[in-house]
Design a protein around this ligand. Structure first.
Ligand SMILES: [Zn+2]
Length: 316
């Protein structure tokens, strides 16, 4: 019996358990309930092939999807004071931060990278919902300021992918101060006449919607993304009325004029690359026209100069 239980049984168990790992192979679509292969999902950029539900994406997956040849540089972001309020709810804020850092291997909820898109330079920031609900705290504020500065330095457009439950309440007023702060960062871009493109992904809510997420020169969203300040449940409870279907979803907001376009993830790179190229070439065209005009001006002036300096007049 000993030989059976100690040697043979573990070997049999090893054989059966090694193959039965359905959790790692399948994922149930939260929208339509269809079982999806992880490999299929990855090939389809984490979009359900049955109902077009767009799953949430992390910064690195976005960067890989966007930049030419998956080649980009992630920038080092400034450190911020950790837990300035010594905040604690059911858990310490410092513990929540540590857990989120271990889970995502990022420093905070926004990662910024720069690289080429269709040959044109671009700065891209991605907010990670997996990091404490993507919440806007001091670190995210710093990230957006840094991204804006880098875009100005490189004379490149800034593209921000937003995703957040709102401001980071564990930082109290300091998190709310990031709303005007990021608004100023966006304003600097506009003063430098550089485009600011926002891609709203599911969900973009609260203080993020109330600041930089709504300030884009071009406002894009992914299909089905929830975009709001207060969520539909809160509104229904407050006004005691049933809200229309699809209220606060990307398609509804597009219809009401809040968005410029709703773009499928599969077409996101192409769409953004085209926009960046149009803008970059428009600037190039403007520069060319300006240079051509400057060259043309002395000739015009020559024609109107007094007779003694005109070569034609001297000849006659
Ligand atoms: Zn689905």
């Amino acid at each position: 019996m000993n030989w059976l239980t100690n040697k043979v049984l573990p070997k049999i168990r090893k054989l059966t358990t090694a193959k039965d790992t359905p959790d790692n192979l399948w994922l149930k679509c939260p929208s339509c309930g269809q079982m999806l292969f992880h490999s299929d999902l990855a090939a389809n950029l984490q979009v359900c092939g049955h109902c077009n539900h767009h799953m949430r994406l992390g910064p690195k997956e976005r960067f890989d999807m966007l930049f030419d040849d998956k080649s980009y540089d992630i920038i080092e972001l400034p450190d911020v004071q950790a837990d300035p309020l010594k905040f604690r709810d059911s858990k310490k804020y410092t513990d929540r931060l540590r857990d989120a850092r271990n889970k995502t291997s990022d420093k905070d909820a926004m990662v910024v990278a720069h690289g080429k898109m269709g040959g044109n330079g671009a700065v891209v920031g991605v907010q990670n919902f997996n990091f404490m609900g993507g919440s806007l705290g001091m670190a995210v504020g710093e990230a957006i300021v840094a991204a804006s500065k880098l875009a100005i330095l490189q004379k490149a457009p800034l593209i921000l992918f937003t995703s957040a439950g709102g401001a980071r309440m564990q930082e109290g007023i300091l998190s709310l101060m990031q709303m005007p702060r990021t608004t100023v960062a966006v304003q600097r871009l506009k003063e430098a006449r550089l485009p600011f493109i926002v891609v709203l992904t599911d969900p973009t809510t609260g203080g993020v919607t109330a600041s930089y997420a709504m300030l884009g020169d071009i406002q894009i969203a992914e299909p089905g993304a929830l975009i709001c300040f207060a969520g539909p449940r809160v509104i229904e409870e407050t006004i005691r009325e049933k809200l229309p279907d699809g209220f606060q979803r990307a398609e509804f907001l597009l219809e009401k004029g809040m968005l410029d376009m709703v773009v499928n993830r599969g077409e996101m790179k192409e769409t953004l690359t085209r926009i960046v190229d149009l803008i970059a070439n428009k600037k190039k065209a403007e520069v060319e026209i300006k240079e051509a005009l400057e060259e043309a001006v002395p000739e015009e002036e020559a024609e109107t100069l007094p007779a003694e300096t005109s070569p034609e007049e001297n000849q006659s």
